[in-house]
Design a protein around this ligand. Structure first.
Ligand code: F6P
Length: 324
């Protein structure tokens, strides 16, 4: 293998740049030519491919976002789109790909590899931490800390006004961000898609907490069955029907995706990037380079895509016990 390319796809995540840097520098270290594809699969289809040098990735390890830009591509979902992408890669003589993204990215990569015989290794880049085959995903730690910082600030004002705040965090169908920032932020209640919490459960808890606390924080994962924070708040308000309870909503939104990556995300991104390139060189394909118990682990794309990464239920118990 002489030429490889790297791209970022799906929602950006802090630490993706550290991963891109590691791919480029590891490739060059081993004598490969490394190309960067802009805008993920869309850029692959449109031929937005450029050769990268060691200095192309200088001064990016500390930056959030992705210098390669990102996109969610509809065209790549079609056979015609993937055919065009393959032709573009052939034009540049690219034989191997490093795909940095989440399960949507890996689904496309797996199909592409099977259809065209392209060698592809993924790196887990998403704030959601919802990918099987790695203890953590690149970007999760930074997003968690960003959310935590915001929650601390909301708590100050919640306490000052004796209010109950419903704070919505990202995570798509996963409750990792919610539960971990619930523990770190001392939340009174956490609602996640992995466990059912009914509106009556929430009302009962809040009424109980009212006896000892004047303010409370409820973290709502955006994918919770009862809806987002605004919906949950309005349902709770209706059921409580008590004007003395003052409810507010804060949706943290995309601030969770930005900012300088934490040390953990820079290191994780760097380790996965290096492992992906060396994996390609050893002939590995259709798999993701992740880290399990502090060791590099390659997991088949099919497992990354289809297997659940269960939430540690002890974490929810921890929130319950510590919120009394
Ligand atoms: O997968 C990362 C993520 O930030 C999810 O937590 C969220 O549901 C989604 O992306 C938002 O996507 P977009 O930025 O396209 O609105």
């Amino acid at each position: 293998m002489k030429k490889i390319a790297v791209f970022t796809s799906g929602g950006d995540a802090p630490g993706m740049n550290a991963c891109v840097r590691a791919v480029v520098r590891t490739g060059i270290y081993h004598g490969l030519e490394v190309y960067g594809i802009m805008y993920g699969y869309d850029g692959m289809i449109n031929g937005e491919i450029k050769k990268l040098q060691t200095h192309s990735v200088s001064n990016i390890v500390q930056r959030g976002g992705t210098i390669l830009k990102s996109a969610r591509s509809d065209d790549f979902r079609t056979r015609e789109g993937r055919q065009k992408a393959y032709e573009q890669l052939q034009k540049h003589g690219i034989e191997g790909l490093v795909a940095i993204g989440g399960d949507g990215t890996f689904t496309g990569a797996d199909l592409f590899a099977k259809e065209f015989g392209m060698k592809v290794i993924g790196c887990p880049g998403t704030i959601d931490n919802d990918i099987y085959g790695t203890d953590y995903t690149i970007g999760f730690d930074t997003a968690l800390n960003t959310a935590l910082e915001a929650i601390d600030k909301v708590r100050d004002t919640a306490a000052a006004h004796d209010r109950i705040f419903f704070i919505e965090v990202m995570g798509r169908d996963s409750g990792y961000i919610a539960v971990e920032c619930g523990i770190g932020g001392g939340a009174e209640l956490v609602m996640v898609p992995e466990t059912k919490t009914t509106i009556s459960d929430v009302v009962k808890s809040l009424k109980g907490l009212r006896k000892t606390k004047t303010s409370s924080i409820v973290i709502v994962a955006e994918g919770d069955e009862e809806g987002g924070a605004a919906e949950v708040m309005s349902k709770v308000k209706n059921e409580v029907n008590d004007d003395r309870m003052d409810f507010k909503v804060t949706t943290l939104g995309h601030i969770q995706r930005g900012g300088n990556p934490t040390a953990k995300d820079r290191i994780l991104g760097s380790r996965c990037g290096l492992a992906a390139v060396e994996g390609l060189m050893e002939g590995k394909t259709n798999c993701m380079a992740g880290i399990i118990h502090d060791e590099v682990a390659y997991t088949d794309f099919q497992d990354c895509i289809n297997k659940d990464k269960p939430l540690n239920k002890d974490y929810l118990r921890l929130v319950d016990i510590l919120s009394i």
